[in-house]
Ligand binder design. Sequence first.
Ligand SMILES: [Zn+2]
Length: 292
Amino acid sequence: MGWDRAGSELTELQIEPQRQPWPDERMVYLTLDFECDFGTALTRNVYEAVEYVDDLVDLLETTETPLTCFVQTELLDERPEAVERLRGCSQPVTFHPHSHTHSKRENTSMRYEITRSTDRFTEFFDRSPVGYRFPNGNVRASDYQLLSEEGYEFDASVFPTWRPGHFNNTQAPAVPTYLNRFDLFEMPFTVLSSVVPIPTALSYCRIFGRLVTSALLRAGPSTVVFNIHLHDLATPTSATALPPLYQALYSRNVDGFALLHDVLTRYQRQGYRFDTIDSAHETLRNRFPGYT
Ligand SMILES: [Zn+2]
């Protein structure tokens, strides 16, 4: 429903989305959804996987990888020390909200999630947030209006692919798009290719194993938004409460840390550079004076 719905609403609102190429070739933007275990797949929010944040910081520092972090702001109340640990990383780490409760959109109010997470974020970091990411890639045109009212400059939620029960974004742009009515950029996820539109994310590397990891490095996109969750890096015991299908998927290739280390170092050997989504967004805005 996501972009198809958003697409028709955008037309109704007479918005002219302007597609922009990613600012650089051979770039990796590592993004983290810092959230409750398994997102919306568990019936209540559990925060066991945040324990792995120390190992993630070590990995970012040893591989010299910057990170763009989308933090579910309930975590700022539940486990502030984990957020502080990531904030103390010696590599650049930028933070943005990823909703407050990380609920499925039918179980919550988008206005509540955006205003609550914006307030909580501003209080914790002592500055206004710049970007936002919706849970499950489920963003709609009406949400952009809410983000613009709160002063956001970009959203980073759209998967240019489909996910049964969550969204069908096969018509969505696979490159950044400027939404002039809202003065917002959508900075989408990337996929393996238009023929094999698997998101470039650690969860899919775990599910499909070496097949996808090798394809990613050999035939993947030149600009890569590579997404991770802490529960992709190692499996917390809360996994036992997952539905059987998810349990089966998360029992595959269990050493997510080794997999991520392998992916990052192989990109580095191939001459890819690493940066934050913030940096890409600033470059796009600066490139066109009308956007600033
Ligand atoms: Zn999430």
